[in-house]
Design a protein around this ligand. Sequence first.
Ligand SMILES: C[S@@+](CC[C@H](N)C(=O)[O-])C[C@H]1O[C@@H](n2cnc3c(N)ncnc32)[C@H](O)[C@@H]1O
Length: 255
Amino acid sequence: MRARLRALRALLALFCALALTGLALAQEFPQFGDELYRPRLRQPGKDVMWLPTPDAMVTHMLQAAKTTGDDVVYDLGAGDGRIPIAAARQFGAKAVGIEYDANLAALAQRSAERAGVGGKVTIIRGDIFTEDFSAASVVTLYLLPDLNQQLRPRLLRMKPGTRIVSHLWDMGEWEPDDTLHAGESESFLWIVPAEVAGRWTLSEERSRWEAVVEITQRFQRIGGKLTIRDATQPMSFHTPDNPPGVRTGSCASPW
Ligand SMILES: C[S@@+](CC[C@H](N)C(=O)[O-])C[C@H]1O[C@@H](n2cnc3c(N)ncnc32)[C@H](O)[C@@H]1O
């Protein structure tokens, strides 16, 4: 009888150990995709492999971008579509994913239908370097540093106030406006600045008063100087209604 009990206990312990190992493995190597297609973590992509942004970070990125139902969110390199799906499901936004891999693109569109947001999510099977994403008010990225740098001129030409959020990688000299953390992951937020650089002349005809304002700009940093009757002085920018994305400063030169 005792021997039987011991054997039963040993069996139970083995079962528990196997169950725990299975749970740990499932957490470490979760299954992605559906019955039609199961992508592998780190499988090669055109310019960068597939690795999903953790769900907690997806939510944090979209929250930090102040995403609402009025936004159009573009995810460049959409993978399994989790960012466009979250943008539509959690924030009510219209969302577009651009994904080069045909299997991932089809999976992302199926997942959007399954999540009940097929009407709000469009997955384009295409290349982020040739597809147009200028309609976006929020752009999300999880690419590579050099790909971010290649996209930077296009991102900077977007409408002022457009929010850009990149998981893990920055934009080189274009400093982020905010840094986000969720668990182990880090992301960066930028707001596309308005272009305000230039030389402006202000004059008042009757008193023949004239002032020249010269504004310099490097990304979101602005500086400037004011010249009135041959006297020049640095200008400070601290009005509450700066154009979106322009950070105020008080120096003659922003760098
Ligand atoms: C690191 S994954 C990020 C996936 C998703 N954005 C996320 O955060 O969960 C990068 C994705 O970009 C795709 N990709 C790579 N080069 C691409 C290109 N030139 N155009 C479109 N997609 C591309 C890959 O297939 C992969 O799915």
